[in-house]
Design a protein. Sequence first.
Length: 391
Amino acid sequence: MNMSDRKLAQSDRRARFLATAPDWRASDARVNPRVAIGSIVAMWVLYFLITTGLAMLAGAPDQWEYLGRRAIVVTAGILCTFVLYQLLQRTQPQSFGARLAAAMGMAIPLVLIYAAINLAVFYHFLPLEDSAKSIAEMKTKFPDSWLVMLILDSAIRWYFFFAVWAALYVAFGYANEMHAVERRADSYRIEAQNAQLRALHYQVNPHFLFNTLNSLSTLVLKGSKAEAETMIMNLSSFLRSSLAVDPEQLVSLDEEIALQRLYLDIEQTRFPDRLQVEVTMPKDLEHACVPVLILQPIIENAIKYGVAPSKGTIAIRLTASAEYGLLVLRIENDIDPKAPVPASGTGLGLGNVRERLMTRYGPSAGCEWGKSDDGGFFVSLWLPLAQQGGC
């Protein structure tokens, strides 16, 4: 396996790894402390206001005495719920059902504690007349366990209150977890896409280098020392420029064409009398963004199948235009009808161009090719039009 194949295999493995589902993290399911504590305080303050308001509207007696006691038990409720929050924050089973079951179970002892505090305030330390009646009734029904039954009765009524908050906390945490998973999945997909773009880019240079070295070998065998030296210098300039850019980088259209002119200078050494290049590009498209070296395989094919087999001058024409918010690039080359037909290629170059466009832009970009009306060959590609400021 050569170096380019190893790089491609490594990039493919990396892309598959990055495309897998993100791992679960307990920290994702934690709720922001400000949100959690704010919801606790808001719930109990709301309870205090509603209960007090309803009692006053109903004309219940001793409301000012109840008001102080209610403030004490509400404060106790806030503290108990805060303890529940601390326990939930430290216990994060992976599944939503297990998390909810844990929350419901953790609420039970805290409800019992709260019910005991509520009983102590309203029935023992600061009793009211109707509280004494309730205790007397409970002692009559359960003479040996009236205190336990009184706490349990209160706990059953208050459990729903704690359970609602616990379920709300778990729901908030689950929403946070889903958002975190989505963000990581998006990040992994972008990394996988970038890895694929690098893999496709790495296919360009070895393919081009192989063809250029073959041409250089031919010049050396012919004894064309000056031409071979010129080609080596041009090859050095092209490789220095092309390898300095990031495979994921977008460049302006005039920069991409400048890169291709470095390559064409190499080919001009091989075909000084046969290669003619024509570029038609409106001034307002010079700074349009394109993937770097996207034209390389197309120009390379035009040389291989158009210029190399011919005996006369072959023109390669590049035309840029804007259509319906798309940048459209059309590359055409003449074909000498008298020249021998070269063996068909593998389609790697043009397939590479199409794959790079669709990987980066999706269905809004594409590439097609075929015979032109005048008997030559054309390649047309399109992608979303964006100026250099948006590259």
